[in-house]
Design a protein around this ligand. Structure first.
Ligand SMILES: C[C@@](CO)(OP(=O)(O)O)[C@H](O)COP(=O)(O)OP(=O)(O)OC[C@H]1O[C@@H](n2ccc(N)nc2=O)[C@H](O)[C@@H]1O
Ligand SMILES: Nc1ncnc2c1ncn2[C@@H]1O[C@H](COP(=O)(O)OP(=O)(O)O)[C@@H](O)[C@H]1O
Length: 299
């Protein structure tokens, strides 16, 4: 069965339950990084950085239902893109366990349909975890504020807390200290390609020579989008592109096709281009196993 057919079946299944009011369904979305400056290495081995997280409409589907069978506290069913590893290592389960320790939650049946590619710099796992916290908070009336949800999310991953408010955000520290940014790319077309290449975030960091940019990203982002190409960098590109030339070639292709701005997201391997609202995007084959998305930004 194709991915689209599987998704349709999955959603129809949920729709039936939604009508009956028995289930709770949510759609965790991905993010891209607009600029990424790695500014210094810290004594604990991590790196301080600055970046802007921006929500994009590539989504997973996540639902929870009451669990009646068996004596466990959760059961995880997965469909769509496969995620390696045991259920207990899945970030949605980690999110459930975190709140279960505090609130002794009822048992839940979890369905996760993955569309966001992993190891892509799109934060898909973190999005699932943050949306799970929000879903549990709502379903079981836990009364957690957004600040409190962010605090819990931060324990599950550096960028996880971003997905609680899920609005354009300037991040610094190790990527966990947030402030809002006034920025809207609504109407721009987004073309995102993730080639079949895995980039290890740890290795990517180990090859970076940290440096402070001449101008903070907070200022650069206020320039017109057409000027970003000259002033806004993702520092990982310098080490990742020579190692995986195919990733750099996707970025070049985006510019050849008329992108106003193009960049790798996070530590890769996905690359996105922002295109004018009326641009015509061609069909280009980036390899049989490449993931490709074309759509419009809605925030
Ligand atoms: C760099 C970003 C920017 O968005 O990359 P993407 O994950 O989006 O690609 C993220 O902050 C990544 O955060 P995350 O993916 O949670 O990284 P982690 O799993 O916590 O860290 C993986 C490894 O990267 C290194 N690491 C991570 C974050 C950081 N600020 N400094 C580091 O040096 C550490 O060696 C760590 O062991
Ligand atoms: N629900 C999940 N979705 C995706 N990845 C998950 C999930 N739970 C755990 N992981 C693990 O988290 C790692 C990072 O995935 P992800 O956040 O999607 O990528 P990235 O860090 O490139 O944005 C993966 O290697 C995967 O094994």
């Amino acid at each position: 069965m194709s991915g689209a057919a599987l998704a349709a079946r999955f959603l129809f299944f949920n729709f039936q339950f939604l009508i009956l009011g028995l289930t709770m369904l949510t759609f965790p979305n991905a993010k891209i990084n607009l600029g990424l400056n790695i500014t210094e290495k810290r004594p604990d081995g991590y790196h301080n950085l600055e970046t802007i997280f921006y929500p994009i409409p590539i989504e997973d589907a996540l639902e929870i239902n009451p669990l009646h069978d068996g004596d466990g506290k959760y059961c995880l069913h997965q469909a769509g893109i496969e995620i390696a590893g045991e259920a207990e290592n899945n970030l949605v389960v980690k999110a459930y366990k975190l709140l279960d320790e505090l609130f002794d939650l009822p048992p839940v049946d979890i369905h996760l349909f993955k569309r966001i590619p992993s190891g892509a710099g799109l934060g898909g796992g973190s999005a699932d975890a943050a949306f799970m916290l929000k879903l549990l908070n709502e379903k079981f009336n836990l009364g957690l504020s957004l600040d409190k949800l962010e605090e819990h999310a931060a324990r599950l991953g550096a960028d996880c807390a971003f997905f609680i408010r899920n609005a354009p955000t300037y991040a610094e520290g190790i990527g966990n200290i947030f402030s809002p940014v006034s920025l809207s790319l609504k109407g721009y077309q987004l073309w995102l390609v993730k080639p079949d290449i895995f980039v290890s975030t740890r290795d990517a960091f180990s090859q970076i020579k940290p440096r402070r940019p001449q101008r903070s990203l907070k200022e650069t982002i206020q320039l017109p989008v057409k000027e970003w190409r000259e002033y806004m960098m993702n520092d990982f590109e310098e080490s990742v592109f020579p190692q995986f030339p195919a990733i750099g070639e996707i970025k070049e292709e985006m510019y050849r096709q008329g992108a106003v701005y193009a960049s790798m997201s996070g530590s890769g391997s996905s690359v996105y281009g922002l295109f004018a609202a009326d641009a015509v995007l061609p069909d280009i084959d980036f390899g049989k196993k490449a993931f490709s998305y074309k759509g419009r930004l809605n925030v």
